[in-house]
Design a protein. Structure first.
Length: 572
């Protein structure tokens, strides 16, 4: 009787805590104001135009950061760029009227500009005025610190309660030999997230929504492991620790834009080499050859290539308009997608293709370019279906799974039945039967969670990823660099495609591709890559003291011996 009451209490507490966590995170991430950082000023006559980013497009286009509505200007005329050290350069982006600084024409490599310099853009004269550390600190003091509207520590308390009740559910249903590992794994996860939170507070960072949602999804992944493979709980905890460590390491690396962008070529080469090894040496498992064995452990190279792909695909604004840069990226993308097709991983190939579309559009702003890529992908898909018969079979059964419930539609019909049988509140952690179906803890994990914990928790799981995606798009509009904006949006596009293929594929709304649900599906490679992708999202968040991956504005690239000599009146 005691176990029954404990299970019942825990089941409803898990649902209530899930809703509270999602609501608080969404409220904090999407309701707080984004107050622009001011890095310098450009004067056009008596008009002072604030410069809000490290990379600014100057031109006649409505999308230009510094817009000059004059017919002599090109739509995309020049780019004003700030380095990590606070040095400014201006680049001529193939303008018709040219760019001059203090009477000297700007060459292909750009020209460094200093406070007080005169800039001539096809007869439109501007005066550049940098601001020093003191004035930047005054401007920064006017911005509102992140995390004030919704206290992150309270949300983390709700997350801890959620995990404790989830742990109790599993302890009530697990076999006696697995009770201790399950308990230690959940307690270890709780300690890890509080350690991460206090580390952020120690360095005066108050934005913790991205980490909270990632830990929430990771806790659900811990629940899936406790349900399907309780003997691997220590491994699951260890992978989570490594994932968080990689998240923090990547975030620290992103604090320097120069250091980050310098990895574009090495990461691209590493991605191609890793995929090459995968194509040449891996063996087929259920039609796909997407696993490699190393030192007695297996891993999925494509999961890490996702991270390398973003490193290589994102670019700073001064490089976006170089033709050779775009063509090299298209070639690199083609190699990645072809490699995915050769190893038979259709789902991951689709993820890479959608990411390519996101990066292509953000780099070129051309819908025509995207439509051309889509047309090419359509032809490639027809070819892939022709070459890989099992892919054609998945398309053939799409929408007809109930006509063949004992063969081709076996997994999806069971997934839908299990999700429906769980209802709104679920049967209880570990109480469902879907866990005994092949790949339930990876390809059909949405149905597994919905059966055990209820459709409400399943929808909270989906909302967590959607909230991260909206947050990434919103942050990208205010990011210091185009590199961070492109990287954050691409990272979340990858996770959104994974989410869609996993959920809709198991429910027969989309073809069943065998793609994992971010953070939740079993698989160490997937978990590690998801945590690494979160660092890209953090790098685009420039709210005051929100992100450890962003240096505080008043200290970013400014040194005591580099203060400019102009008065407060210049700012006013």
């Amino acid at each position: 009787m005691l176990i029954f009451y404990a299970m019942t209490t825990s089941k409803y507490a898990v649902i209530i805590m899930s809703v509270l966590i999602i609501v608080r995170c969404i409220r904090s991430m999407l309701s707080e104001r984004y107050e622009a950082e001011i890095w310098s000023y450009v004067y056009r006559g008596d008009e002072a135009i604030p410069v809000y980013h490290w990379e600014n497009l100057i031109g006649r286009s409505l999308s230009a950061d510094i817009r000059i509505d004059n017919r002599s200007m090109s739509r995309v005329h020049a780019v004003l760029v700030r380095s990590d050290k606070g040095e400014w350069r201006i680049f001529d982006i193939f303008s018709k009227g040219g760019v001059w600084v203090n009477g000297m024409k700007v060459g292909p490599l750009g020209t460094r500009i200093h406070s007080g310099d005169s800039i001539n853009l096809a007869g439109n004269f501007l005066r550049f005025l940098d601001i020093n550390r003191y004035h930047r600190s005054l401007l920064e003091a006017q911005r509102t610190q992140a995390g004030l509207a919704v206290e992150p520590s309270i949300t983390l308390v709700y997350l801890t309660v959620f995990e404790l009740f989830l742990m109790v559910e599993h302890m009530c249903t697990a076999e006696s030999e697995f009770v201790k590992p399950i308990c230690l794994a959940f307690l270890g996860l709780i300690c890890l997230e509080w350690l991460c939170y206090h580390l952020m507070r120690f360095i005066n960072r108050s934005g913790f929504e991205v980490e909270t949602l990632a830990f929430y999804l990771t806790a659900l992944g811990m629940s899936v492991a406790a349900t399907s493979t309780p003997e691997d709980m220590f491994k699951q905890l260890l992978l989570t620790i490594v994932g968080v460590a990689l998240f923090l390491l990547n975030g620290w690396w992103f604090r320097s834009l120069k250091r980050t962008s310098s990895l574009r070529v090495p990461m691209g080469i590493l991605a191609i080499l890793l995929l090459g090894v995968n194509v040449l040496t891996s063996e087929a498992v259920f039609g796909a050859r997407n696993w490699l064995e190393f030192g007695g452990y297996s891993f999925q190279p494509s999961e890490f290539v996702k991270v390398f792909y973003i490193f290589a695909g994102a670019s700073t604004l001064d490089r976006l308009y170089r033709t050779n840069e775009l063509f090299s990226f298209i070639g690199f993308s083609a190699i990645c997608v072809v490699a995915m097709a050769l190893i038979g991983d259709f789902g991951t190939a689709l993820i890479f293709f959608v990411s390519f579309l996101v990066i292509s559009f953000m780099r070129s702003g051309s819908i025509a370019t995207v439509l051309l890529a889509v047309s090419g992908a359509g032809l490639a898909s027809v070819l892939a279906v022709t070459i890989k018969p099992y892919i054609a079979q998945r398309f053939a059964i799409w929408g007809h799974v109930w006509e063949d419930i004992y063969d081709k539609g076996y997994q999806q019909t069971r997934a839908m039945s299990a999700a429906a049988s769980g209802g709104l509140f679920g049967k209880g952690a570990g109480q469902g039967w879907l866990k005994d179906i092949f790949a339930a803890n990876t390809d059909m994990v949405f149905a597994l969670v919905s059966e055990d914990l209820g459709m409400i928790v399943g929808m909270c799981m989906v909302l967590a990823v959607l909230a991260l995606a909206f947050f990434a798009v919103r942050s990208a509009q205010h990011a210091r660099s185009a590199y961070y904006a492109i990287a954050a949006c691409t990272a979340m596009s990858m996770l959104l495609v994974q989410l869609s293929l996993n959920v809709f594929g198991s429910l027969d709304i989309l073809p069943f591709t065998g793609v994992t649900f971010p953070f939740v599906s079993r698989g160490g490679s997937s978990l590690l890559s998801c945590w690494m992708l979160m660092a890209f999202v953090k790098s685009a968040d420039n709210r005051k003291n929100a992100s450890f991956a962003v240096k505080t504005a008043e200290y970013a690239g400014i040194y005591e011996d580099e203060l400019d000599e102009f008065d407060e009146e210049d700012i006013e």
